[in-house]
Write a protein that binds this ligand. Sequence first.
Ligand SMILES: NC(=O)c1ccc[n+]([C@@H]2O[C@H](COP(=O)([O-])OP(=O)(O)OC[C@H]3O[C@@H](n4cnc5c(N)ncnc54)[C@H](OP(=O)(O)O)[C@@H]3O)[C@@H](O)[C@H]2O)c1
Length: 278
Amino acid sequence: MYSSDQPRESPLESRIALITGASAGIGQQCALHFAQLGAKLILNARREPNLAQLAKQLDDQYPTTDGSPRAVFVAGDAADQSTIDEMMVSTALLNPQAGPQEQNSPDIVLVNAGRGLNGSVMTSDTTQWEEMVRTNLIGAARLIRSAGHALSALQESRNWPDKPADLVVLGSTVGRHISPFSSMYGSTKFAVNSLAEAARRELGPKGVRVSLIEPGIVKSEFQQVAGYDQGKFGDLMDSISPVLSPMDIARTIGFIISQPAGMHISDVVIRSTRQEYP
Ligand SMILES: NC(=O)c1ccc[n+]([C@@H]2O[C@H](COP(=O)([O-])OP(=O)(O)OC[C@H]3O[C@@H](n4cnc5c(N)ncnc54)[C@H](OP(=O)(O)O)[C@@H]3O)[C@@H](O)[C@H]2O)c1
């Protein structure tokens, strides 16, 4: 499934993935799927109980052979530099036998924490603008910066192209095609789209793959947090059903990061088959 010439059952064995927004939705399903593929995990979100429960589930389900945990978590705001720094240094807890450079950096970073906002520039709730921009744009930029430095130093220290390093960023179809109905949210994803492509150009030559994933409608907590009208949005979901599930996105990302280091699937748009717009 993961490589035509060399099928592997655990393509992420000996890799360490940092995931923001892992307490729900796409991030949570990525944690479960990456662990199933063999990775260890550093999990982040603000809801500590959800993370503790997920980390325990992963430890129980996928015990490691070296006595280190399968997953650790750092609860906190992903847009705070201190949270990002704490996540990066947590790599050492999962990699006790490794050399210093490999203890400094995971080799998969998923920039996923984010939130939506119902409405356009004219109609959306202005009191939520700053928090959304901070989470979706500033937080993503801070993590891309920290992870970009760490992943490129990691690649410089080891035998590339034997080993891949991945920075995967969650954009959106509304960050590629303009949707007037969620234009404030869409503007943050247009910005993330440009940050990811710029990082790809800067980091690709250093052996770091930067991939932008742009999902259409995925059923998760996202719709409720964004404040969508349940009735209207429910009708839209019904009209394009079946809508995507978070695991659909996790499987796609799992496929991308499982490819050999010299090959890069950089941009992926994923929609449910019946979603014609955006
Ligand atoms: N669902 C969709 O239709 C869709 C479509 C395209 C793109 N996306 C993007 O995909 C990503 C994940 O969305 P989702 O559908 O999985 O949404 P979700 O179910 O609402 O999950 C969002 C996750 O982000 C976390 N989070 C939010 N703000 C945070 C912050 N400041 N610091 C740390 N964690 C934070 C939440 O956890 P806590 O509340 O515990 O912090 C939660 O774990 C987002 O970037 C979103 O924009 C979603």
